[in-house]
Design a protein around this ligand. Structure first.
Ligand SMILES: O=C(O)C(=O)C[C@]1(C(=O)O)C=C[C@@H](O)C=C1
Length: 396
C-alpha cells in the first residue's frame, strides 16, 4: 500500500466513525421527538409547530455559518430531519387513534412486481408503520381492489395521479363501486433512468424496454435518441427483469435507479422525463376507515353527483368555501349508463370529525343526488418552512 492509500484509509476510517456518531445522534433526536408526540397527545396539541421550526432553523443557520456550513446545506439537512420527525409523530398519533391497525403483518397489494414505482411507494409508506410487510404484486388495479375486498390483502396501494400524465381514470372509476376506504396517501418521485445490465454506452443501444406510460413521459429524450427500437412491457418491473435476463450491452430498460438495483441494473443516464418534477400520488385503501386525530392534518375524498340544474356544482362548491374548506382536487368522470352525467371526485383539506366539515357534509347531503365519503386520512405532505434561511441571512 502506498503512503497516499494508507492516509486515505485512515481519513475514511475517521469519516465512517463520525457518520456512525451522526446516526446515533439522529436516533436520539428521534426518541426526543417521539416523547414530544406523546406529550402532544396528552395536551391535545397540534403536531406541527411552524414557528418553533422557524426559530430552530434560524438558530441553526447562524450556528452553521460560524463553523463553515452554508445556510443552504443546513436548511436542506434540517428540512429532511424535521419532515421525518413530523411524519413519525403523525404516525404515532394515528396509531394511537386506531389501535386495531397495528398488525404484526401488513399484507399489501400493489401493481407490478419488485422494482415497480408502486412497489417503491408501498415500501416507503409502510416503512414507518409497525409490523412486517407481505408484498402481493398484482396484474391490474381491479385485482388490487379485489384482493383487499376478499381479505387476501389488508391494504392496497393505487396510483391516482401523476404530475406529467394527470389523473388515472381507471382508478377513479373503480373507487365508485367499492366499499373500501382510503386510509392514507403518499407522493413518490418518479425519476426515470436508463438502466443496463452490463458495461455499455447509450451509443451502443439498439433496444429499449419500458411501460408505455414511461415512453410517453420521456418522449422528448426518446425523440433525440434516434434509431433505437422501443419495446413496450406490461410493467416497469417486467422491463427490468427482461434486461437483466438478456444481459446484453445493446439493450436497456427505463425505470427508477432504486428499482433497477433490485435486478442488478445500473443507471447510465438519469432525469429522462419531459417534466423535471415528475411525481405520482398514491392512495392506500383498506376495508375499515380510519379515525384521524384532530392534531394532525387530514384530507377527505368525496364522490358526488349533483342534481340536473344549472349551477348545481357551483352551489355545492360554495358550501366548501362558506365553511372555509380548501379543495385540493376536483375530477369528473362519466356515469356508466347515464350519458352526459358526471360523478365528481373532490379532495378537501379537512377532518370529517371537525365542525366545519360536518356542517359542509350536512349541507351537501341536502343538495346532491349522491354523496359518498371515500375516506378521511392523514396528509403525508410536510411542506418545508422556507422563510427561515432568508430571515436568518437578513439578521446576519
Ligand atoms: O418541538 C416540537 O414541537 C416538535 O414536534 C419537534 C419538531 C422537530 O423535529 O424539531 C417537529 C415538528 C414541529 O413542527 C416542530 C419541531
Amino acid at each position: 500500500m502506498t503512503d497516499y492509500q494508507h492516509k486515505l484509509e485512515q481519513i475514511r476510517r475517521d469519516i465512517s466513525a463520525l457518520d456512525a456518531e451522526l446516526l446515533e445522534l439522529l436516533a436520539k433526536r428521534q426518541q426526543f421527538t417521539n416523547q414530544v408526540a406523546r406529550t402532544k397527545i396528552d395536551a391535545h396539541m397540534q403536531v406541527r409547530d411552524t414557528s418553533r421550526e422557524e426559530q430552530l432553523l434560524i438558530k441553526l443557520i447562524k450556528q452553521g455559518q460560524k463553523i463553515g456550513l452554508t445556510p443552504q446545506y443546513v436548511t436542506q439537512l434540517f428540512h429532511v430531519i424535521i419532515e421525518d420527525s413530523v411524519l413519525n409523530q403523525q404516525m404515532l398519533l394515528a396509531q394511537k387513534a386506531n389501535p386495531d391497525n397495528a398488525l404484526p403483518l401488513n399484507r399489501v397489494a400493489f401493481l407490478g412486481d419488485k422494482g415497480s414505482y408502486s412497489y417503491l411507494a408501498t415500501q416507503k409508506y409502510f416503512s414507518r408503520r409497525p409490523g412486517d410487510l407481505a408484498e402481493m404484486g398484482c396484474q391490474s388495479f381491479d385485482e388490487i381492489i379485489q384482493a383487499v375486498e376478499t381479505n387476501e390483502a389488508d391494504y392496497g396501494v393505487l396510483p391516482i395521479e401523476n404530475t406529467s400524465s394527470g389523473s388515472i381514470n381507471e382508478v377513479y372509476d373503480l373507487l365508485q363501486h367499492t366499499h373500501l376506504s382510503i386510509i392514507g396517501e403518499l407522493t413518490h418521485p418518479v425519476e426515470h433512468a436508463m438502466l443496463v445490465a452490463t458495461d455499455t454506452e447509450i451509443s451502443q443501444l439498439k433496444t429499449l424496454y419500458a411501460h408505455p406510460q414511461v415512453f410517453s413521459q420521456c418522449s422528448h429524450f426518446l425523440a433525440e435518441l434516434g434509431n433505437i427500437e422501443v419495446k413496450p412491457t406490461d410493467s416497469t418491473s417486467a422491463a427490468m427483469l427482461r434486461v437483466s435476463e438478456l444481459a446484453d450491452p445493446q439493450v436497456a430498460a427505463i425505470g427508477s435507479a432504486a428499482g433497477g438495483a433490485l435486478y442488478g441494473l445500473s443507471p447510465i443516464k438519469s432525469n429522462l422525463a419531459n417534466q423535471k418534477e415528475n411525481h405520482s400520488r398514491f392512495i392506500v385503501i383498506a376495508r375499515k376507515a380510519v379515525r384521524v386525530p384532530l392534531q394532525i392534518p387530514a384530507k377527505t375524498t368525496l364522490v358526488m353527483s349533483t342534481v340536473q340544474k344549472p349551477g348545481a356544482l357551483v352551489e355545492a362548491l360554495t358550501v366548501l368555501r362558506d365553511n372555509n374548506i380548501n379543495m385540493t382536487k376536483l375530477e369528473s368522470r362519466p356515469i356508466n349508463g347515464n350519458p352526459w352525467e358526471e360523478m365528481f371526485y373532490i379532495d378537501v383539506e379537512g377532518n370529517l370529525q371537525d365542525g366545519p366539515m360536518q356542517k359542509a357534509m350536512d349541507a351537501l347531503r341536502g343538495m346532491t343526488r349522491y354523496l359518498k365519503v371515500l375516506g378521511c386520512y392523514p396528509t403525508e405532505e410536510v411542506s418545508p418552512t422556507r422563510v427561515a434561511a432568508a430571515s436568518a441571512l437578513r439578521e446576519g
